[in-house]
Design a binder for this molecule. Structure first.
Ligand code: ADP
Length: 462
């Protein structure tokens, strides 16, 4: 199968050759037409000039032509391609080129006929035109001029025409060579990145996801193609990384409590450990936590499916947030944290009550969970287009390196893991999906050691 590069070069080259050929033919025909019109006019002017010159050889005193001068001029005109004969008013020949030098006339006739037929492909024959000769308006005789018709080129004129054609041929050839070189360059510029992109796609297909193609090209479509290939590789790479992360996270989240539970059970079955109520209820709590984790995972996978159906109803957002806040008041009290809701009054929205409850429960739960002293403040503000609910705490906060990852599934900061807070790193992912399904956004600001602030923006129209 022909390669893209060769195909482009061939197409360009063919197009250029045909264009140059057609242009050459048109220019050549046009130039020849103009030139032949010019030459025909020249022949007519020259013939009139010959008539004048011969008339000048009239001797008014002798009432006859100066035959010696007429012969000298006549032979000169023969060399130019004009076979001249002069007759007087009595139809008697004064001078005839053919009679004077038949050999020379035949040579000129043959030469011009040959040149016009062989070199220019113009067939014709010598034709005679007659001119009346006069001296001071008195007729003195007739001049017969035989010339090759319809027109003929002198040696100089045919040399000029050949020069012109050679110029067109040389210029055309140089143009064709330059254009083909340019087309080779252009074809390479188009085909190279496409080849690179297809090669990269092959690598991606074989699982080499780290492959990237250069994307600095000037052609927009090619640049976009390179970007798409790179984006595809990056997305697949992220997906693969996420999948590995997910598998290891699930294994990690489940393995430790399961091993612990297994050990406890074995010890109790073997009679090493007495199955006290305390031990049994601790194991039970662990099972509850595991169950919750599996449930969270299930909920996340359902939420991540497209076209999530929201069960919208009209309700008071302030009431929902107030109820969520109250649920965490005992925990906050126990930790000695002040929890405050700045109540702005009734805000009627149209949304999924249960899912939005889940969002604010997650945010307030995190705020209480990651705060040891100080306060948790929930504030509801109004902008032109949004209701903005912010949950601000004075807790452990997060570093700049952690902040971009907190909405990723199963992401937990090292601090959070070491605290054994029991979370699975799913809460914020779930919150983000729910908020964006309501047409809103969720945004976090935080400083390590100083606290965090999560803001949920819900469009007013909901
Ligand atoms: P988790 O169940 O672990 O809390 P989330 O998805 O709710 O999972 O949160 C992801 C991570 O974001 C947490 O592990 C924690 O590191 C960080 N995080 C969330 N909220 C806060 C907060 N208010 N203060 C400090 N860190 C937080």
């Amino acid at each position: 199968m022909i390669s893209l590069r060769n195909r482009l070069v061939l197409t360009y080259a063919l197009f250029i050759c045909v264009s140059v050929l057609v242009m050459g033919i048109i220019i050549n025909r046009f130039a020849e037409k103009l030139f032949s019109a010019f030459v025909t006019e020249n022949i007519n002017a020259e013939s009139a000039e010959i008539a004048n010159t011969i008339s000048d050889q009239w001797d008014p005193n002798a009432h006859s032509f100066d035959v010696i001068s007429v012969e000298a001029m006549g032979m000169h005109f023969v060399h130019e391609g004009y076979i001249v004969s002069v007759v007087d008013m009595n139809s008697e020949t004064v001078w005839d080129a053919r009679a004077c030098d038949m050999q020379q006339c035949t040579m000129v006739i043959n030469e011009i006929t040959g040149r016009m037929e062989n070199e220019f492909g113009i067939g014709g024959s010598f034709q005679t035109n007659q001119f009346l000769l006069s001296y001071e308006d008195i007729p003195i005789g007739y001049l017969n001029i035989e010339t090759f018709g319809p027109y003929f080129y002198s040696k100089n004129e045919s040399a000029f025409l050949f020069g012109l054609n050679r110029f067109f041929l040389t210029a055309g050839s140089i143009f064709i060579i330059l254009s083909i070189l340019l087309s080779v360059f252009l074809a390479a510029e188009i085909s190279k990145p496409i080849l690179k992109a297809s090669e990269a796609a092959r690598h991606i297909a074989s699982g080499e996801l780290s492959v990237r193609v250069p994307a600095h090209y000037r052609t927009r479509e090619i640049r976009e193609l390179s970007w798409s290939v790179n984006d595809l590789a990056a997305t697949l790479e992220n997906g693969e990384r996420w999948q590995k992360q997910l598998t290891s996270d699930i294994a990690h989240e489940l393995r430790t409590p399961l091993t612990c539970l297994q050990g406890n059970m074995e010890a109790m079955i073997d009679g090493v450990w007495e199955p006290t109520t305390e031990r049994l209820s601790s194991s039970y709590e662990e099972i509850v936590r595991l169950n919750k984790l599996v449930e969270d995972m299930n909920r996340l996978s359902i939420l991540e499916q497209k076209n999530l159906i929201l069960h919208r109803t009209e309700f008071d957002l302030t009431k929902l947030i107030s109820a969520a806040t109250e649920r965490f008041r005992p925990a906050a009290l126990e930790k000695g944290i002040e929890i405050t809701l700045v109540n702005p009054g009734e805000i009627i929205v149209n949304g999924d009550y249960d899912r939005l409850t889940q969002v604010f429960t997650n945010l307030i739960s995190n705020a209480v969970k990651y705060t040891d002293r100080g306060s948790v403040t929930i504030d509801i503000a109004e902008t032109a287009q949004y209701w903005e609910v912010s949950v601000t705490d004075t807790g452990i906060g997060m570093g700049e390196d952690e902040l971009p990852h907190i909405f990723e599934r199963f992401y937990r900061s090292d601090k959070s893991r070491s605290r054994n807070t029991g979370g699975a790193g799913i809460g914020l992912s779930i919150a983000q999906i729910i908020v964006s399904d309501h047409g809103g956004q969720i945004h976090a600001e935080s400083k390590a050691g100083e606290g965090s602030s999560f803001t949920v923006r819900l469009p007013k129209g909901i």
